[in-house]
Ligand binder design. Structure first.
Ligand SMILES: [Zn+2]
Length: 361
């Protein structure tokens, strides 16, 4: 199956943080075609192991998160409107007028729309104001709280953007949760390669959970796997749209991206400054595989590599990315060529990873 068809299937799969079942199923089946050594932990991390060509205790972990952001039902009003909070970094400004799916308590998917005042009657003062999430509500067509209960919807149920996958010009696509289904699609491509081409280290490919919620799912997997190095596959926000003025210089279509510096800058004080040995190995591998490699240093971004790096007394980690526009909306846009380039780059990195890599500084 091609990278594109995998990505399409994953983008159309609903799997919000903490309720990743549908993606766990998909990743388990897809990686399961290439290795029998697959396990799933109690949080839902899917770990697929590929033995080295010669026995070794050195393992490299490559991971992508299976979950997506969304919302959680907090309250049902007497008149049937449904109140929510954000699950992950949903931008409030894209919500009004959008279509959502509620995963009802009984497992069914209920369609709803995010309400917004009728345009013709919106007072001037409200027209250019982004309503905060406490003002947001979902309309499923119910006229009472009982209607909502009859649909199987309860407090705590998860809400997701209506999933989409659109082909655009120049081998670009727009889809729901390209963050991080793009990484998942690459991960499975790596599994296909490793099944036929064992490398000098063991490799564990991990579909991780709860990244959009608290960034800790991957750390649980790393504690178990105890890798000598960890590679995170996740997007980087592109800075090439009209309003951005290239804050980080990252461009869609110009190749995969190596993260040199990420810093959340909003309270967690977390971020990743990658291990210099992994930076050097990435650069060398990009040159060898003839992949044009972009670099990014960005304040405001964070991946779960920032927690993976802190387990097992320190796990050398690096963020490898592909540029994506409109992040955290329901139509994240990227280039399939960049994703293919990322797969090529990481394939080369694993093929040439030294059997006994010394990470000492
Ligand atoms: Zn992500």
């Amino acid at each position: 199956m091609s990278l594109e068809s995998r990505l399409e299937r994953y983008c159309l799969t609903i799997a919000t943080s903490g309720r990743e079942e549908a993606m766990i199923e998909a990743i388990k089946a897809d990686l399961g075609a290439f290795t029998k050594d697959i396990s799933v932990d109690s949080f839902g991390n899917v770990m697929a192991r590929f033995e080295a060509a010669k026995p070794t205790d050195h393992t490299v972990m490559v991971f992508a998160h299976t979950d997506q952001l969304g919302m959680i039902v907090t309250k049902v009003e007497d008149n049937g409107f449904i109140r929510v909070v954000r699950l992950g970094g949903v931008p409030e400004r894209v919500l009004p007028g959008s279509v959502v799916k509620i995963r009802a308590h009984n497992g069914s998917l209920v369609t709803g729309v995010m309400g917004t005042p009728p345009h013709h009657l919106t007072p001037e003062a409200m027209k250019y104001v982004v309503p905060t999430i406490d003002k947001a509500y979902i309309d499923v067509g119910a006229t009472s709280a009982k209607d909502v209960a009859d649909l199987g919807i309860e407090i705590g149920d998860h809400v997701a953007y209506e999933p989409r996958f659109e082909k655009l010009a120049n081998d670009r696509i727009a889809g729901t949760s390209v963050d991080d289904r793009g990484g998942c699609a690459v991960l499975v491509g790596l599994g296909e390669y490793l099944a036929k081409n064992p490398v000098a280290v063991n490799v564990v490919l991990v579909g991780t959970v709860q990244e959009e919620f608290n960034l800790r799912g991957a750390a649980l997997a790393a504690e178990k796997i105890k890798p000598v190095a960890a590679i995170s596959l996740d997007l980087v926000a592109a800075g090439d749209t009209p309003e951005m003025g290239t804050p980080n210089g990252v461009q869609v279509g110009a190749g995969p991206v190596m993260g040199l510096y990420s810093f959340h800058g909003r309270g967690t004080l977390n971020g990743v400054i990658p291990h210099p040995g992994l930076v050097a190995h990435t650069e060398k591998s990009a040159a060898k595989a003839k992949v044009s490699l972009q670099r990014h240093a960005t304040v405001g971004l964070l991946t779960d590599a920032s927690y993976v790096q802190l387990v097992n007394g320190g796990t050398p980690s690096i963020d490898l990315c592909w540029p994506t526009r409109y992040t955290h909306t329901g139509v994240e846009m990227c280039s399939l060529d960049d994703l293919a380039g990322l797969e090529k780059l990481v394939t080369e990195m694993l093929s040439s990873f030294p059997a006994t890599w010394d990470s000492a500084r």
